[in-house]
Design a protein around this ligand. Structure first.
Ligand SMILES: *Cc1c(COP(=O)(O)O)cnc(C)c1O
Length: 373
């Protein structure tokens, strides 16, 4: 693989390339899978770490008009880049966020009877979404509270929504239960739009689509359904610079705790990335508890060839075993891929005992960011 964007003069030891063209492609895939429903986008947590300032307007250009953020601060920041779009604030509204929600023309997702009373007391004429908890015990009115709300003479919401607990597991019985409960609720709010499906939910078919879908992870290249080959295009490429190449002898150890002992004379690429960059320590090649259950630690890739992490990942530095690469094919200053076209974000996540969502949202501040497409 050739580097996605060579920047030989960069002062940084980590860089991130975000392919907005792939993001747009992934959104069109989810839009088409959404059937007759409108397809929105979850752009919370800075667009799952990709940079919402770039990602959200790119999706707007593609035709997306419904954006979901976690809190009012995220939404206010994006508002100028999303003229005319609906911005829903998933965490709802409270006194401190009320003025910002109004002034940036955002739609709070009302998640409790208290939030409903607050909004209706202060902004009864402004649109709001109503969330109902259908099986997650996270946010939302109970179904009974929602039915009572639908029968009250309060101004009604512009959107009724709920969220799947197990959409990544299509066979989980809770999915059918949530779909059934939500359909009953949607029927109590006739002529009001309904929304249930996240990325995984979109794959559950038309009965989960209603009028609006809310994909997140799939847009950013993550796998939406467990055990199904990831068919989304990779959006994020994370790379680290090789700082030093060193030789070490069989019998010597590598990194803290001497947790990895070399079984052969080795060439080691010392690279400028560590757990402070979200290259999680749990992905270490040895010396961490996870290696007892998931044998293989994190990998890097150089010119498309995979090379394993040796020993413990440290705060700012990680050692990779490049012994099997031709002598001279790796040099100080070169870049090693940590996730991207060769190492799928899901593979990187599994090696660290986590999920693609957490890999992307913990990428850290040191990355020099490049956008294309
Ligand atoms: C994050 C989130 C989404 C998007 O979920 P993905 O699994 O990333 O597709 C949709 N709806 C709600 C309420 C969310 O919190």
């Amino acid at each position: 693989m050739t580097s996605p964007s060579p920047h030989p003069d960069s002062a940084s030891t980590v860089r991130l390339t975000v392919d907005l063209g792939a993001l747009a492609d992934n959104w069109r895939t989810m839009r088409d899978l959404s059937g007759s429903a409108r397809c929105g986008a979850a752009v919370k947590a800075d667009g799952y770490g990709t940079g919402a300032d770039q990602a959200a307007p790119r999706l707007l250009r593609e035709g997306c008009r419904d954006f979901f953020v976690a809190d009012a601060t995220e939404g206010a920041r994006l508002r100028p880049a999303l003229p005319g779009a609906r911005i829903y604030v998933l965490n709802g509204v409270f006194e401190g966020s009320f003025a910002q929600t109004l002034s940036h023309d955002m739609i709070p997702v009302i998640n409790s009877t208290e939030q409903a009373a607050f909004w209706l007391a202060h902004a009864a004429s402004r649109p709001y979404a109503l969330q109902v908890d259908t099986g997650m015990n996270r946010l939302g009115l109970t179904p009974e509270q929602a039915v009572a709300h639908s029968q009250s003479d309060a101004p009604q919401p512009c959107l009724v929504m709920s969220h799947f607990a197990c959409a990544d597991d299509p066979d989980h019985p809770l999915n059918a239960g949530q779909i059934k409960t939500f359909q009953g609720l949607a029927d109590c709010f006739p002529d009001i739009e309904a929304s249930l499906a996240n990325s995984g939910g979109i794959h559950l078919g038309a009965r989960a689509h209603h009028q609006l879908t809310r994909p997140g992870i799939a847009l950013y290249g993550g796998e939406a359904v467990n055990g199904v080959a990831n068919r989304m295009l990779p959006v994020v490429t994370a790379e680290a610079r090789v700082l030093v190449l060193r030789h070490a002898q069989a019998g010597q150890s590598v990194s803290y705790g001497a947790a990895h002992r070399l079984t052969r004379d080795s060439r080691i690429a010392v690279c400028g990335v560590g757990y402070a960059d979200g290259f999680h320590r749990s992905g270490s090649g040895a010396g961490v508890p996870l290696r007892a259950s998931v044998a293989e630690g994190a990998m890097g890739a150089i010119n498309g060839v995979r090379v394993p992490v040796l020993g413990k990942i440290t705060m700012d530095l990680t050692m990779f075993d490049v012994t099997d690469l031709p002598e001279g094919s790796v040099q100080a200053g070169d870049w090693i891929e940590l996730m991207g076209p060769t190492i799928d974000v899901e593979e990187a996540a599994t090696a660290a005992g986590t999920i693609s969502y957490e890999m992307l949202t913990s990428l850290g501040r040191r990355y020099e960011r490049h956008y294309r497409g």
